[in-house]
Design a protein around this ligand. Structure first.
Ligand SMILES: NC(=O)c1ccc[n+]([C@@H]2O[C@H](COP(=O)([O-])OP(=O)(O)OC[C@H]3O[C@@H](n4cnc5c(N)ncnc54)[C@H](OP(=O)(O)O)[C@@H]3O)[C@@H](O)[C@H]2O)c1
Length: 310
């Protein structure tokens, strides 16, 4: 497998596979690379057409098995309108590799728009989705039905990262996660996350299933989950802050934006990236100009960040 011939053979074989099997084969290929038995992952190629150039010199992190820039895209206002579907394609062309959605968003339109835009998810893009938002929806049969729906909407056989959206007050989180784990065991979910959770709940979740990511509200004005970020950093779990652009900053925010010649939003994102190497913000936007500005935060070194947060 280490020879050039071996790599080319692997590329040819992967390209022959049907999309669902290609995703599984890519997973195996990543394992082989980790063991030093394969030089690179042939499935880094696009599912359709030519290989897509990888974002270079960009601040990346391996999230749920996919190398992604540390700024993703939130999609809770995305609909199936033609211009929104086009926007998702544009976002990937601009370098986005981590798209965050949920069964709940825009009554399912967000997932359907992403499914349509990406026509099944390419191996170098991670689409994360979630289920079980409201009370009662953490029941195993409800979660299972939502996962099946997400697979159909996203037009995929395997979800790269699936979060339990909320801990259901009516269902022990072990039962909700047990239902999600059943999909992991059958290969329909690759990695699992939890959302809006505290340290104790994360520890309980980890007794049921490997936790690859935690998604909690966190921004420079709302730092209630500092202890969760510290846990994630210690344990090598990704921390995905939602509402990354909300909240007013301290007096240093405007000054930092002026000093670096960028917007206050870019400083807010760079401040989050600086908080810990496991942080991957998911600013929500429907604008390519805003998306570019948000990705620009990846290269912003704030230096002294005093006074930026409230
Ligand atoms: N796990 C959970 O429970 C949970 C809860 C809420 C949200 N989320 C996820 O987190 C994502 C982010 O949250 P959010 O979208 O509600 O809040 P946000 O990212 O903090 O802010 C989004 C708002 O900022 C604007 N914006 C984005 N980039 C901008 C820029 N460069 N300049 C100026 N304005 C900009 C957007 O409008 P434009 O469209 O005009 O750019 C939108 O109004 C959601 O999309 C969703 O995927 C998760």
């Amino acid at each position: 497998m280490r020879s050039r011939l071996g790599r080319l053979t692997a590329v040819a074989v992967l390209d022959e596979l049907e999309t669902p099997w290609r995703a599984h084969a890519a997973h195996v290929a990543h394992e082989l690379v980790a063991r030093g038995q394969l030089l690179e992952v042939p499935a880094e190629r696009r599912a359709h057409g030519e290989p897509r150039p990888r974002p270079e010199g960009v601040n990346t992190l391996r999230l749920a098995g996919v190398e992604v820039p540390r700024i993703g895209l939130g999609t809770n206002r995305l609909t199936t309108a033609r211009e929104h579907v086009r926007f998702v394609r544009d976002a990937v062309a601009e370098g986005v590799r981590h798209v965050d959605t949920a069964h709940l968003y825009t009554r399912g339109e967000s997932e359907r728009a992403i499914g349509e835009a990406l026509d099944g998810v390419p191996e170098d893009v991670l689409v994360a989705t979630k289920g079980g938002y409201s009370a009662g929806q953490g029941r195993p049969e409800v979660i299972a039905a939502q996962i099946e729906q997400s697979l159909r909407s996203l037009r995929i056989e395997t979800i790269g990262l699936y979060y339990l959206h909320r801990v259901d007050p009516e269902t022990p989180l072990e039962e909700s996660l047990g239902a999600i784990k059943a999909f992991v065991d059958r290969g329909a979910i690759r990695h699992v996350g939890v959302s809006e959770v505290n340290v104790e709940q994360i520890e309980r979740a980890r007794r049921v299933v490997d936790v690859a990511a935690v998604q909690n509200r966190f921004n420079l004005a709302d730092r209630g989950h500092d202890d969760v970020i510290d846990l994630c950093e210690r344990e090598g779990i990704a921390f995905v802050p939602y509402y990354p652009l909300r909240g007013d900053g301290g007096p240093g925010l405007t000054a930092a934006a002026r000093r670096h010649g960028v917007s206050e939003n870019a400083v807010k994102l760079a401040w989050l990236l600086r908080r810990s190497p496991v942080v991957l913000p998911i600013p929500g936007t429907l604008s390519v100009a805003h998306l570019r500005e948000n990705l620009g935060a990846l290269g912003l070194d704030l230096g002294d960040a005093d006074g930026i947060a409230v």
